[in-house]
Ligand binder design. Structure first.
Ligand code: ADP
Ligand code: MG
Length: 207
């Protein structure tokens, strides 16, 4: 893990999210207020703008600075939550561990911080329906030596989590105001999170 790899991953996430712009916008128009895609793309652009400044710093410093940038520039629930994820991840960074071990521990910690921040958990029709199962699977697979195998498994877990948001009601976020009417719609944050995870996993499968 280093600055170049971190910023390459952010760039890949940005490309994937951009390719699904209309779809994500529509999802948030259906059960939210429509700004989710704007918040996400704005955040990703802000992060990419920091590349020259941060690329040579240590990974924990990079995650922390990226989180703080999101916190101060991106609105909506997703801004605060993704900022919390990145800052949480930075706290668990341990250069003694191999990348998969390190990333698994960091991501688990980041998702735990998000749960606290959002006062939310699995099954509430949010991005956590993707992020929690992914974080748990990563911990279970952290000593696996075949990285493509891990990436392929994570892609499936993320997709299942995203699809699981479709037929449930929301108990957190704006979609909770809709009650039963939210059923039949995939959560926009779950979709954007799943796409971001898939973009990162594909880097390891294609390598
Ligand atoms: P806002 O809802 O403030 O307009 P966004 O549109 O950027 O913010 O993000 C909406 C997404 O945020 C939802 O689709 C959901 O996945 C996620 N979300 C909202 N509230 C919470 C929460 N308390 N915990 C976890 N995720 C949440
Ligand atoms: Mg919104």
């Amino acid at each position: 893990m280093n600055g170049v790899k971190i910023f390459d991953s952010i760039r890949n996430i940005e490309i994937t999210i951009n390719n699904h712009k209309e779809e994500i916008e529509k999802l948030d128009q259906e059960i939210g207020d429509g700004d989710h895609i704007f918040n996400i793309l704005r955040g990703l652009q802000e992060l990419l703008n920091l590349k020259d400044k941060l690329v040579d710093e240590t990974s924990d410093q990079i995650f922390k600075q990226l989180g703080m940038k999101i916190m101060t520039t991106v609105g909506g629930s997703s801004g605060a939550l993704f900022a919390t994820l990145l800052i949480g991840m930075s706290k668990k960074f341990n250069p003694e561990l191999n990348d998969l071990n390190n990333l698994s521990e960091m991501f688990y910690e980041g998702v735990e911080s998000m749960k606290k921040r959002g006062k939310s958990d699995i099954g509430e029709k949010t991005m956590l329906d993707v992020l929690i199962p992914v974080s748990k699977t990563l911990i279970n697979l952290k000593d696996e030596s075949n990285i493509s195998k891990v990436a392929e498994k994570i892609i499936i877990v993320a997709k299942d989590g995203m699809l699981s948001t479709k037929d449930i009601i929301a108990t957190k976020g704006r979609a909770s105001f809709l009650g039963e009417r939210a059923k039949g719609h995939i959560d926009p944050g779950a979709r954007s999170s799943q796409l971001a995870i898939e973009a990162i996993c594909n880097q390891f499968i294609n390598n």
